[in-house]
Ligand binder design. Structure first.
Ligand SMILES: [Zn+2]
Length: 181
């Protein structure tokens, strides 16, 4: 999947034009070469790899997202336990606020994802390919309530939606991309 340099829309790497604004697709470049130099003390080989910098990745799969979720759950659980100890109580409320701020802060940061997503190389973009705002990240978290309330089925949406979006991604107009590097 490539990202249009003009309007930031994501589209398939085989397309020659951006379907949203008509800008011609960036030429894809892929070079693999190796240079071997022989000196008095033997030879050294230098590998040169250049790949298309416009290729951003693919839509994250359900499994990748589950792993990111589990990593974040561990961090949030530990954070909640520490804060609950400090404030001696209020665990559920602290967990709720902490999680909302955690998702809003990290998903709108330069990493475009929570620590769990960073480990899994996942990035949250808005539906039109731009980074999301803090409020958008918090809104996406709140929308997870809806994904959860229908017996968690909203979380399974990436298994069958075109852009592998969960229900809360659709509500918050976001996509999750597995970065190529
Ligand atoms: Zn475009």
């Amino acid at each position: 999947m490539v990202q249009c340099p003009n309007c930031k829309e994501f589209y398939h790497e085989n397309a020659s034009f951006c379907p949203a604004c008509g800008t011609p697709a960036p030429k894809s470049i892929s070079v693999n070469a190796s240079v071997t130099e022989t000196g008095p003390f033997g030879s050294t080989t230098t590998e040169v790899k250049l790949s298309d910098s416009t290729f951003v990745g693919t839509y994250a799969t359900f499994g990748e997202r589950v792993l990111a979720f589990l990593i974040d759950a561990v961090i949030i659980t530990i954070g909640t336990a520490i804060l609950s100890a400090i404030f001696s109580g209020g665990g559920a409320f602290i967990a709720w606020i902490l999680t909302a701020v955690y998702y809003g802060y990290f998903e709108s940061s330069k990493y475009m994802g929570t620590p769990g997503k960073i480990v899994m190389k996942l990035k949250v973009y808005s539906g039109n390919g731009h980074p999301i705002s803090f409020l958008n990240g918090v809104g996406r978290y709140l929308a997870k309530l809806i994904s959860a309330i229908i017996f968690g089925i909203g979380y399974l949406f990436p298994l069958f939606t075109a852009k592998k979006q969960a229900l809360h991604d659709m509500i918050a107009n976001c996509v999750v991309i597995k970065a190529s590097n």
